[in-house]
Design a protein around this ligand. Structure first.
Ligand SMILES: [Zn+2]
Length: 285
């Protein structure tokens, strides 16, 4: 599944979350697994995914623990934007009960009224009861590099946009963040492997099969993947695209001398990548 592991040995994926410090408080983009998933996985993660994906249940890698070690209080996380509500993206919601959650209306509906074998397993009802404040959105017609964009998320600075990228789930989105060095686009699960955006498409067979099993619309998923590929090539100087589970992209962004920083705009202080390895958390600056 990751093209680094030989044969059918254990391969590694990550859950890539983004923490943005804004004048409106901390904004967390995707939450990964949360503390309750770590401590009570049987109640929170369907057995199919627990046994097949075998997520590493490490409390120190949850967003809440990493945010604490950055020196923040969890209550400073005021907003959570979710690319979609699969269990590996929404598990941390209830670690931040003070946060407002932002998601597409169609995604919340799909997750709370699941239909079919996969939908009944990919969404975890107990993960979704942790927030009382859901802000939902519909696809709008404003454009961002040719993509539809939802602007003006409630209570959030204008530099953070939702970019509908349906196909993996009913209401799957990417989240774009404007920095003084161009745009970052968290593409969620719109693709899984960095080679999928290369001119010569490549994707390990395991990941290709997994994406097919999990898709709700093959047409939309492949259409959006193609558009992301075009975006990444045509506007590579303006937009940095990354997905939720590619380990190499995560390592690159974490270690690269990106200076997304202080004074990005008057709404931002810093953008952080949260690290999955041991050690002290710190902003990349
Ligand atoms: Zn995922």
């Amino acid at each position: 599944m990751d093209r680094q592991t030989k044969g059918i040995g254990e391969s590694h994926l990550v859950c890539h979350c983004l923490l943005v410090e804004t004048r409106e408080g901390l904004v967390l983009i995707d939450t990964g697994l949360g503390l309750r998933d770590v401590f009570k996985p049987q109640e929170r993660i369907d057995g199919l995914f627990r046994n097949f994906l075998r997520p590493k249940l490490r409390a120190e890698e949850t967003a809440i623990r990493q945010i604490r070690s950055l020196g923040f209080r969890p209550s400073e996380v005021r907003h959570i934007i979710l690319t979609h509500l699969d269990f590996d993206h929404a598990g941390g919601i209830d670690d931040f009960p003070h946060a407002q959650v932002h998601v597409m209306e169609t995604e919340l509906k799909a997750a709370t009224h699941p239909k079919g074998f996969i939908s009944n397993r990919r969404y975890s009802p107990s993960q979704l009861t942790g927030s009382k404040t859901w802000n939902t959105y519909y696809q709008e017609g404003e454009k961002w590099f040719g993509f539809d964009a939802v602007r003006q998320l409630k209570g959030l600075p204008p530099e953070i946009l939702m970019i509908p990228l349906f196909g993996h789930t009913e209401g799957h989105i990417g989240v774009a963040v404007e920095t003084d060095q161009g745009w970052l686009l968290h593409a969620g699960d719109a693709y899984f492997f960095q080679g999928e955006l290369n001119k010569d498409y490549s994707c390990p067979p395991g990941l290709r099969a997994y994406q097919t099993i999990m898709e709700v619309s093959r047409h939309q998923r492949l259409f959006n993947q193609k558009r992301l590929k075009d975006l990444a090539h045509t506007h590579h100087k303006d937009v940095r695209v990354f997905c939720a589970h590619d380990k190499v992209e995560f390592q690159d962004l974490k270690t690269e001398k990106l200076r997304l920083l202080a004074g990005t705009s008057e709404n931002f202080e810093n953008v952080f990548w949260m690290r999955r390895d041991q050690g002290k958390e710190r902003p990349l600056q």
